[in-house]
Design a protein around this ligand. Structure first.
Ligand SMILES: Cc1cc2nc3c(=O)[nH]c(=O)nc-3n(C[C@H](O)[C@H](O)[C@H](O)COP(=O)(O)OP(=O)(O)OC[C@H]3O[C@@H](n4cnc5c(N)ncnc54)[C@H](O)[C@@H]3O)c2cc1C
Length: 426
C-alpha cells in the first residue's frame, strides 16, 4: 500500500480509498522531520489495517515504512525501544530471540506498533491490558518537526498513548517486556450459548487468553479458544469437555468451514508465545481482506446481558456476520483507551464486505448495546452518533486540551478527528 501512487492507496480491507494530495515515503528520520515541519496538514499511514477513515487525509499522507525499522532491547530495565512502524510480527520474533515476550498480541501480527497503540488495539486476557498498556515511553515528531518524548510518570502520559494519530508522528515507542514463555492452544466446539452466558467469568478466567466465536443465528453456540501458558496449571487442559463443549478433534478456523491452515497451531502443541497468542500465522499475509469489522467495548459485568441482547438479533446478525468474537481485557488509565476505567469485554464483528447490507444491522447492534455504554473500536466501523461516543470517555475534554496545546494549528487533524473532536481541519 504505502508504495503505491496516491490514486491506488487503500486500506487493507479495500473499503477506504485514501485521497491524499501528496504521499511521502522518506528514507531517513531527518527527511521525515522536514516533511512534517513543512506540511500544513499531515496524517501518518501505519500498516493500513483500520476499517474506517482514521488514517485518511486530503493533505499529506506520510509513511515511514521506507526507513529500516529498529528494535533495541534494554536488558537493564526489560524494555524494547522500537520504530513505530515495525510490525508485531517482526518485533515479536526479535524480542523472543533475546529471551523476552510482549504481554499480549492482537489476532493478526501484521499490524504496526504505532498504529495499534494509536487506536487502542487489544488481544484477549482477563489480566492483560490492551497493547497500549505496555508503552513505557512514546517519542513523537511534533508539528515543528522536533522530537518530543513522553514517559510513563509524565503528566501528559496517560493522555498521549492512545492518540488517534492526532498528537504527532510516532517515531519510537518503548515497550515493557516480560520473560519469554511457552503456550498451548486448545479449541472447544459448540459451547452452548446458555452455558457461555451463565459461566462467563469462569470461562474467560480459565486461561491466560480466551476467545469465544459465534456466527449467531437462531440457536447460537460458541467455538471457545483457550491459550494457556504451559507453566499455568490452574485449569489443566486438555479436558474432554469444558462447560458442555467437546474438545475439537482437529484444528479449527474461527469461521466455520474455512481451512485452518492460516491459524496458529492448536491441539495442545507447545510453542512460543508469539506463535500462539495471535490467531493467525505470520506467514499468512493477505494484502486485502474480504471483510469489514466493527467492535464495541463494554464493561465486563454487562457481558452476559449484552450477549443476550445480541442473541435477540439472531438471524439478522447471522445474515451479514462472518464471525463474532468475544474477548476480555483489563482496565487501564489511558484517556482514550476503550478499556479506560473498566475491566472490559470486546464484542467484535467480522462482517461480510457489503456495507449497504451491514449498515442497518450495525445500527441495530449499536441500539442493542446502548444500555451498556459501548465504546466503538477507534479503528473499526461504527455509525453511532459521535456525541454518544464522546460521552463515554470521561477524559475526552482533557484530551482535547492536550491536543490544543501540542498541536494548536491542528496539523495532525483529518476528517475523522474533526468529527470526534470538532475543529475545522478535514
Ligand atoms: C485482519 C485484521 C485483524 C485485526 N485484529 C485486531 C485485533 O485482534 N484487535 C484489535 O483491537 N484490533 C484489530 N484490528 C484492528 C487494527 O489493529 C487497528 O486498525 C490498528 O490501528 C491497525 O494498525 P495500523 O498500523 O494498520 O494502523 P493504520 O490503520 O495505518 O492507522 C491507524 C491510526 O494510527 C495512526 N498511526 C499509524 N502509525 C502512526 C505513527 N507512526 N505515528 C502517528 N500515528 C500513526 C494513523 O494515522 C491512524 O490514525 C484488526 C484489523 C484487521 C484488518
Amino acid at each position: 500500500m504505502p508504495d503505491s501512487a496516491p490514486t491506488d492507496l487503500h486500506n487493507w480491507a479495500g473499503n477506504i480509498r485514501f485521497s491524499p494530495s501528496r504521499f511521502e515515503r522518506p528514507a531517513t528520520l531527518d527527511e521525515a522531520r522536514e516533511i512534517v515541519a513543512a506540511a500544513p496538514r499531515l496524517r501518518v499511514l501505519g500498516s493500513g489495517h483500520s476499517f474506517n477513515a482514521i488514517a485518511d487525509t486530503d493533505a499529506v499522507m506520510l509513511s515511514l515504512a521506507g526507513i529500516e525499522p529498529e528494535a533495541n532491547i534494554n536488558i537493564l530495565n526489560d524494555t524494547v525501544r522500537v520504530s513505530g512502524w515495525i510490525t508485531y510480527a517482526a518485533l515479536s520474533a526479535a524480542v523472543h530471540r533475546a529471551g523476552f515476550a510482549l504481554h499480549n498480541m492482537a489476532s493478526l501480527p501484521h499490524i504496526s506498533v504505532a498504529g495499534s497503540i494509536a487506536t487502542g488495539t487489544h488481544g484477549s486476557g482477563d489480566r492483560s491490558g490492551n497493547l497500549a498498556t505496555a508503552v513505557a515511553a512514546i517519542e513523537f515528531i511534533g508539528p515543528d518537526g522536533e522530537l518530543r518524548t513522553v514517559r510513563r510518570g509524565d503528566a501528559d502520559f496517560a493522555g498521549s498513548v492512545v492518540h488517534l494519530g492526532s498528537l504527532g508522528v510516532v517515531h519510537t515507542v518503548t515497550l515493557d517486556l516480560v520473560p519469554a514463555f511457552e503456550m498451548r492452544q486448545y479449541v472447544y466446539d459448540d459451547l452452548p450459548f446458555d452455558a457461555a452466558v451463565a459461566n462467563f467469568d469462569e470461562l474467560t478466567a480459565s486461561a491466560y487468553s480466551t476467545s469465544m466465536f459465534t456466527s449467531w443465528g437462531a440457536a447460537p453456540t460458541f467455538q471457545f479458544w483457550v491459550k494457556q501458558r504451559t507453566a499455568d496449571q490452574t485449569h489443566p487442559f486438555p479436558r474432554a469437555n469444558w462447560f458442555g463443549a467437546p474438545l475439537a478433534p482437529g484444528p479449527r478456523h474461527p469461521i466455520p468451514g474455512v481451512d485452518p491452515a492460516a491459524c496458529t497451531v492448536q491441539q495442545g502443541q507447545t510453542g512460543p508465545w508469539h506463535e500462539r497468542l495471535p490467531h493467525f500465522k505470520f506467514e499468512f499475509t493477505p494484502s486485502v481482506g474480504e471483510e469489514l469489522q466493527s467492535e464495541y467495548l463494554i464493561d465486563r459485568i454487562d457481558a452476559p446481558a449484552a450477549l443476550e441482547a445480541l442473541a435477540r438479533l439472531g438471524d439478522r446478525l447471522a445474515a451479514v456476520t462472518q464471525i463474532n468474537e468475544v474477548r476480555t481485557m483489563a482496565s487501564d488509565d489511558l484517556w482514550l483507551s476503550p478499556a479506560y476505567g473498566r475491566d472490559t469485554v470486546g464484542l467484535h464483528f467480522t462482517w461480510v464486505r457489503e456495507y449497504d447490507a451491514v449498515r442497518p444491522v450495525m445500527a441495530a447492534v449499536e441500539a442493542a448495546l446502548e444500555p451498556f455504554s459501548a465504546r466503538p473500536h477507534w479503528g473499526k466501523l461504527f455509525s453511532m452518533p459521535i456525541e454518544e461516543v464522546r460521552s463515554r470517555y470521561a477524559r475526552m475534554g482533557d484530551f482535547e486540551k492536550l491536543r490544543e496545546r501540542i498541536d494548536p494549528e491542528e496539523k495532525f487533524a483529518n476528517g475523522f478527528t474533526a468529527e470526534v473532536f470538532g475543529g475545522g481541519a478535514r
